[in-house]
Design a binder for this molecule. Sequence first.
Ligand SMILES: Cc1cc2nc3c(=O)[nH]c(=O)nc-3n(C[C@H](O)[C@H](O)[C@H](O)COP(=O)(O)OP(=O)(O)OC[C@H]3O[C@@H](n4cnc5c(N)ncnc54)[C@H](O)[C@@H]3O)c2cc1C
Length: 419
Amino acid sequence: MVGEDLERLTRGVSLTRGLGRSYGDSSLPPERGGKIASSRLADRILGFDPETGVLRAEAGLSLLTLNSALLERGWFTPVTPGTQFVTLGGMVASDVHGKNHHEAGTFGRHVTRVRLRTGGGAIVDAGPGTERELFDATVGGMGLTGHILEVEVRLSAVASPWIWSESESAPDFETLAERLVDAGATWPYTVAWADLLHPSGRGLLVKGRWAQPDEAAGRTFGWPSAVSVPVDMPGWAINPLSMRMFNALYYRRHGRKTRAGVVHPQPFFYPLDVVHDWNRAYGSRGFTQYQCVIPKAAGVEAAAKFARFVREIGGLPCLVVVKDFGPEGSGLLSFPKPGLTFAIDLPVTGATPSLVARFNDVVAEAGGRIYLTKDAFSSREHFRAMEPRWTAFDEVRRLWDPDRTIRSAQSVRLLGDDE
Ligand SMILES: Cc1cc2nc3c(=O)[nH]c(=O)nc-3n(C[C@H](O)[C@H](O)[C@H](O)COP(=O)(O)OP(=O)(O)OC[C@H]3O[C@@H](n4cnc5c(N)ncnc54)[C@H](O)[C@@H]3O)c2cc1C
């Protein structure tokens, strides 16, 4: 790719976006318009120190490029989301989490510095030891504190490019949740898939770690090529019946026995990346995702109650991803806090806003919160009720951008940037 100068592109611009993989409206312009800079061509690796693992790169560098360049050489991002089609800038702005949150925290924990163009126009370096408040507001700040130009992050050394994975089925949601949390004591990567269309809420627990070289001996590493969904599927193709069948097949195919072995990191971390344009399976009206965390402080019963609530609503294409979150990071609006997180795909229909409001009622009552990068439908009232930290965030933001020149459709909706 040709390197683009993000510093030049972001002058006088109201928002920067990366690869647009956020499900909500945080990377979209406000309704009244505003210019958006795309970081995707500002993707140069500026330095890498193999002694320390510290990488410095332009914010538009994609995880796909990073993984392709460094995984076979023994380095991997300390935290990865469920797709490689994201940029470093997007990973900082959303403060992404992975299957290892219980152990590694969010991406922001490993970032040593970011270079920003603030809304006021200044170019500022911020990190854990410099301009700390700005750094904490930027990590998980949905791009509102400034255009991220560069990111410096400490990568993790891995024993091989392969994953040793084990999976098992659980007969109901409570057992699944309990085993997920227990597995975190010994496994760096854990995730559960819950079938909330089934009355029991049964599911599969998947655990993983980097394979040792002798476990992966004799394998040749490469990245598999992807297939595409060629056309938009009709809107009715994904419905409760087809999803119930899919879930049942998924569950039965696994069987009762524990499965164990060496797998490629692609299906383990990025199962959807092998199908390009998979979103077209939801038809032309599209879909969104709802993701919340139900805090540990509210007890396991609160998570089970949320799962029951989703089951009782019925009619949702519910293969729900559940992860275990460890301690909260320092990002002022960063999403994770100790508890169980649920991610639920929702086709967009006229009923989506009221459905999201019903979810938010339950989450707010449990003391939980939602993931802004996935949100397009929550009301300002719900957001403020779930996110008392927003005033502290807003104070720092205004220090650097008094006129709130950097704004998005989401910041207008949730933070009142049009007030
Ligand atoms: C299949 C799939 C799986 C996913 N799994 C996970 C997961 O497991 N965990 C998780 O945490 N997330 C997950 N996500 C969400 C995704 O990781 C985040 O939305 C991420 O921020 C997207 O990065 P992006 O580069 O596409 O950013 P965009 O979607 O383009 O932007 C997201 C936000 O980042 C801001 N931003 C982007 N670049 C910059 C920049 N240079 N400067 C300032 N602000 C910037 C935008 O303004 C916007 O607010 C998943 C998404 C998909 C599609």
